[in-house]
Design a protein around this ligand. Structure first.
Ligand SMILES: Cc1cc2nc3c(=O)[nH]c(=O)nc-3n(C[C@H](O)[C@H](O)[C@H](O)COP(=O)(O)OP(=O)(O)OC[C@H]3O[C@@H](n4cnc5c(N)ncnc54)[C@H](O)[C@@H]3O)c2cc1C
Ligand code: FES
Length: 347
């Protein structure tokens, strides 16, 4: 763990704040554009962690920054909004996440960034990195909000556009627009925007960050246009149950067996029994193991592990591909063993 001191708090529209940090330990590892920071809070015996994407870029001379939207009834977002101040010290763990943008100096590509609301945070980091480090690449940000007034980083984005008028194109989509065809991103509008900004012979890459239905729209439209799946990356901050249609949920029979497993971590083997209603991560933490985790809900990749023997089922997985799951990768925060003798190694 590292200690970060809050050096600045900046208010934005639509219940967002940016929090800037100084690394007191001086040893925080280098992060990549698109990754997130995990903040850790200790309330007595209870530890709570939350992930926040960096809105700062590692390729620009600026402090570490995350941007937090206040969530109604949200425990940590409200604490950050209302009960933290400059000078406070917060514990954090290593930067994490697979939603990364790795700049390649000599490459020429078109970087399409699709974002909705606070989902712009990792995209803003990527935008700054791509413009700064890849002098031949073009960035196209397609950014949905309810109105101009509620658009996070509106002024900052305009400043970047002014600095890079030939290499940055921003399409602001505001749902209060009078032209209803351009008020929300839809399939036809997306195709039009991509075609208008594609250049012959230049490879495109796509980053999408927003609610699940929004990213599905982007992904399926892009796949339909013939772009390969591996060029389309996604990140979501939203929990699946917030978007799930209650009517569509099917009751599945519950296997109430407790299974014995071995969890391998940092070169040691830990035998443990996993009751049906707990995840492998839950039980590992009860054993006081310092396991890596952040979202605890299959959305962030921090707890990726490998099943060496036996099998698990995951309640939810927003990260791993079918092929990775087929090769034994799992997220222990949502994993339940389905065989005795299952052996899982935390990577
Ligand atoms: C990889 C990753 C990156 C993230 N990056 C950011 C970021 O850059 N900025 C940011 O503001 N948040 C981000 N989040 C979301 C963030 O981690 C928290 O989930 C969010 O701040 C809510 O935490 P909370 O403790 O306030 O709410 P909780 O106390 O955990 O939840 C309270 C209630 O709010 C609902 N809720 C939880 N999260 C959300 C949400 N995102 N939107 C709407 N309702 C919600 C819950 O279902 C619950 O009903 C990210 C999440 C992930 C997994
Ligand atoms: S802790 Fe986030 S995916 Fe497991």
């Amino acid at each position: 763990m590292y200690k970060f001191r809050i050096s600045d708090i900046i208010k934005h529209p639509n219940n967002n704040i940016s929090i800037r940090f100084q690394d007191l330990s001086g040893s925080f590892p280098t992060y990549k554009a698109g990754q997130f920071l995990t903040l850790c809070f200790q309330f007595g015996e209870r530890e709570v962690r939350r992930s926040y994407s960096f809105s700062s870029s590692p390729d620009v001379d600026e402090p570490y920054e995350v941007t937090v939207k206040r969530v109604d009834n949200g425990e940590i977002s409200r604490l950050l909004h209302h009960s933290t101040a400059v000078g406070d010290v917060i514990e954090v763990i290593d930067p994490q996440g697979l939603f990364v943008y790795e700049p390649e100096t000599d490459i020429q590509r078109t970087v399409f960034l699709f974002g909705a609301g606070v989902g712009v945070t990792p995209l803003f980091s990527i935008l700054k990195t791509a413009l700064t480090r890849e002098v031949n690449s073009k960035v196209v940000l397609i950014y949905s909000n309810s109105s101009k007034e509620s658009t996070l980083f509106y002024e900052e984005l305009l400043q970047w556009q002014e600095k890079y008028p030939d290499r940055l194109k921003i399409e602001f989509i505001w749902s209060n627009k009078k032209n209803l065809l351009k008020a929300r991103l839809n399939r036809e509008y997306l195709i039009e925007l991509v075609n208008a900004n594609m250049e012959t012979g230049v490879e495109p890459v796509f980053y999408t960050c927003g609610p699940l239905f929004y990213m599905d729209l982007c992904r399926f439209t892009l796949l339909g246009m013939g772009f390969p799946d591996e060029t389309i990356k996604k990140e979501t901050f939203h929990f699946p149950e917030e978007e799930e249609d209650e009517d569509e949920k099917e009751e599945e029979p519950v296997d109430m067996t407790a299974y014995d497993i071995v969890l391998k971590f940092n070169g040691q083997s830990y035998p443990m029994t996993i009751p049906y209603n707990k995840s492998v991560l839950d039980v590992g933490l009860e054993h006081k193991l310092k396991l890596p985790y952040s979202c605890k809900s299959g959305m962030c990749s921090t707890c990726i592990s490998q099943v060496h023997q036996g099998a698990v089922r995951m309640d939810y997985n927003e990260i791993l591909t079918d092929r990775e799951v087929g090769n034994g990768r799992c997220l222990i925060c949502t994993s339940h063993p389905i065989e005795d003798g299952t052996i899982i190694e935390v990577l």
